[in-house]
Design a protein around this ligand. Structure first.
Ligand SMILES: [Zn+2]
Length: 160
């Protein structure tokens, strides 16, 4: 009898692949972000990606940066982490100590939201904004609130 498969992917890779798959749903032409929340028993609680609020037609939406806040996409888009939290239909108690897998290091607004929801750890793929001022605030929030955060990498094969 053959032994069990030993080359299975890790939980980290599994959840990050789910987060990445969610990012593929994003309509944002420039930045696609996905998030996956997993509890301490390796169960997926929720997923999300960056997008417009439900009911706001993303076909007629101006997917651009603009100096005019009324025409700037940032004024309207909900980030992946926030959507993952909002998509969860269970009790927020379940999120206590959970791990959030996100394809891009969280902005300061999402960092605060994740802390307040009770998340215990943040695992990210891309650190593009980690060393910006916004990222420094996120790190400050995580450090001061005792939230662990770490970067992981995935092979290109895993991102297809
Ligand atoms: Zn954010």
């Amino acid at each position: 009898m053959p032994g069990k498969r030993s080359d299975v992917i890790s939980w980290d890779e599994f959840f990050m692949r789910v987060a990445f798959a969610a990012s593929l749903r994003s309509k944002d032409p420039k930045t696609q972000v996905g998030a996956c929340i997993a509890d301490r028993n390796h169960r997926i609680l929720s997923v999300g990606y960056n997008g417009t609020p439900a009911g706001l037609d993303d076909d007629s939406f101006p997917w651009a940066d603009s100096d005019d806040p009324l025409s700037d996409k940032h004024s309207y888009v909900i980030h992946a982490e926030a959507n993952a939290l909002l998509n969860y239909r269970g009790s927020l108690k379940d999120v206590q100590g959970a791990t959030v897998y996100v394809t891009l290091f969280p902005c300061k607004e999402c960092a605060k939201m994740l802390v307040q929801a009770g998340v215990g750890e943040v695992v990210y793929l891309n650190d593009k904004y980690c060393h910006t001022q916004d990222g420094a605030i996120s790190r400050n929030v995580f450090d001061r609130c005792g939230i662990r955060y770490r970067r992981m990498s995935l092979t290109q094969d895993a991102l297809r």
